[in-house]
Design a protein around this ligand. Structure first.
Ligand code: SF4
Length: 456
């Protein structure tokens, strides 16, 4: 029997992985939505009046946007609305095969529900974390004895699989720590979170308003800094698995301290990256760091002293006023314009195409200070993204998942149509400015609907 969390009163208020319902998959008798495709990508700019503030359904949008891949649209909607598992779907979890535990800078998940989902074309659907009650009914994962399906009511929408755990996951370090607690995994990536808190949360009102780092750190009672020698021991073990890993990824919260601001954060990453570089004979290896926006001197040390190949500093929202409101810590320490300047400076070190920035896409519509219209939000975001592309920095978005524990937990998500238009817009910009989204593609990351579009 799997260890099922307590059901909540109503499906709409259920945490992502909490509720269980009776199995209902019956493929023969259920209706299905056919993936609708057309060969062209067109009309990627919004026209005034064409982006109504209504919540059109997935079915309606597949007809309105026949050129948009159905599975990517489904992925977006599952991340907006959340997902729950039937009893049968939970009983179909095999913890010896599937990933059920994960340690991230957001939380340690230790129950026996699946960490996340993947579809047959390699499209991942991230379902970690606890969605707040936004009033949207979650999707359901069900199991018919042979296959697992994503369902919306009686409609079967797609076959899904649970992420499989890597070989190193349940091994222990020489000090006896389970390796999954030191390095987490995605289907084709190793993920390292060496600092699991963020200094912006040490000063009242400075944490990013969509972020759950502080809430989860307090409840998890984790150590803020993970033992670096054990991280390296785990990486050394993890890379022995043939054919699994595409890249190694590092990220964590901001560390403000040091001789110059952020020097201690830099030193932490330098130590780990140098240790991993040794494993590869001191050469460059496929890798990505998402850090606070380092100065040019700091970025040079990352590039010249380690094997790191790509660099990211997430600006989160592409608007000065909203950046100041939503990310006050980043705003006070570095500032919106300087953040962009530092990204551009990083391009001069890592090279064009190897530096990008991430958006918590949709957070620009948070109220009361966000855009009042989805049309205006889309125009403004894509316009700023274009300016960054012109400076050599490309932009990725992930779906803003409104999480319990964040300041924004009472907000409402943008429409699915907004995300469809934004993903098309970011993908179009990358094509226009000739960027390949390798550092954040479906294999190395998998959390960006816009980079999913690059391969379909
Ligand atoms: S920088 Fe912002 S989003 Fe990142 S961990 Fe700190 S508070 Fe959270």
């Amino acid at each position: 029997m799997v260890n099922m969390p307590k059901p909540k009163k109503s499906p709409t208020s259920a945490p992502v992985m909490a509720a269980t319902i009776e199995p209902k998959v019956s493929p023969k008798n259920s209706t299905t939505i056919s993936p609708s495709r057309a060969p062209t990508i067109s009309n990627t700019r919004a026209h005034k009046g064409e982006l109504p503030e209504t919540q059109k359904s997935l079915r309606e949008l597949t007809e309105l946007y026949p050129d948009f891949p159905f599975k990517v649209m489904l992925k977006i909607d599952v991340q907006r609305r959340g997902v729950i598992y039937t009893k049968a779907a939970l009983e179909a979890v095999d913890p010896n095969i599937h990933m059920t535990t994960v340690s991230s800078d957001y939380y340690d998940k230790e129950d026996l529900s699946p960490v996340s989902l993947i579809m047959d074309d390699g499209t991942s659907i991230f379902t970690e974390g606890f969605l707040a009650d936004t009033g949207l009914a979650p999707y359901t994962v069900d199991f018919d004895g042979h296959n697992r399906y994503l369902c919306d009511g009686d409609q079967i929408l797609a076959k899904v699989w649970y992420w499989e755990k890597p070989d190193y996951y349940f091994k222990k370090t020489s000090r006896g720590t389970p390796m999954w607690k030191l390095v987490s995994a995605r289907p084709q990536r190793l993920t390292i979170h060496p600092y699991q808190f963020c200094d912006f949360w040490k000063k009242a009102g400075c944490g990013c308003k969509f972020c759950v780092m502080a809430a989860n750190f307090t409840s998890s009672r984790k150590e803020a800094t993970v033992a670096l020698d054990e991280i390296l021991e785990t990486v050394y073990e993890a890379v022995l698995e043939p054919g699994r890993n595409q890249s190694i990824f590092l990220t964590g919260g901001t560390i403000i301290s040091g001789a110059r601001p952020l020097d201690d954060e830099l030193e932490l990453y330098l130590t780990i990256l140098k240790g991993i570089s040794n494993l590869f004979g001191g050469r460059k290896f496929p890798s990505q760091l998402i850090s606070t926006a380092f100065s040019l001197d700091q970025v040079k040390r990352l590039y010249y002293e380690t094997g790191l190949t790509t660099y990211t500093a997430d600006i989160e929202v592409l608007n000065q006023r909203l950046f100041d409101w939503i990310c006050p810590g980043k705003s006070q320490l570095i500032g919106y314009e300087e953040w962009k300047n530092r990204l551009e400076a990083a391009v001069s070190v890592f090279g064009r195409g190897n530096v990008n920035t991430g958006l918590v896409a949709g957070v620009e519509l948070a109220q009361p200070k966000g855009f009042k219209s989805e049309y205006d939000a889309l125009e403004a975001t894509l316009s700023e993204a274009r300016k960054l592309c012109q400076r050599g920095v490309w932009v990725v978005g992930c779906v803003w998942r409104i999480l319990t524990g964040s300041v924004f937990f009472r907000q409402k998500p943008p429409s699915l149509e907004y995300y469809v238009r934004l993903a098309k817009g970011l993908d179009s910009l990358r094509r226009e400015y000739d960027f390949l989204p390798d550092q954040d593609n479906y294999r190395r990351c998998g959390n960006h609907p816009d980079t999913d579009l690059a391969r379909i």
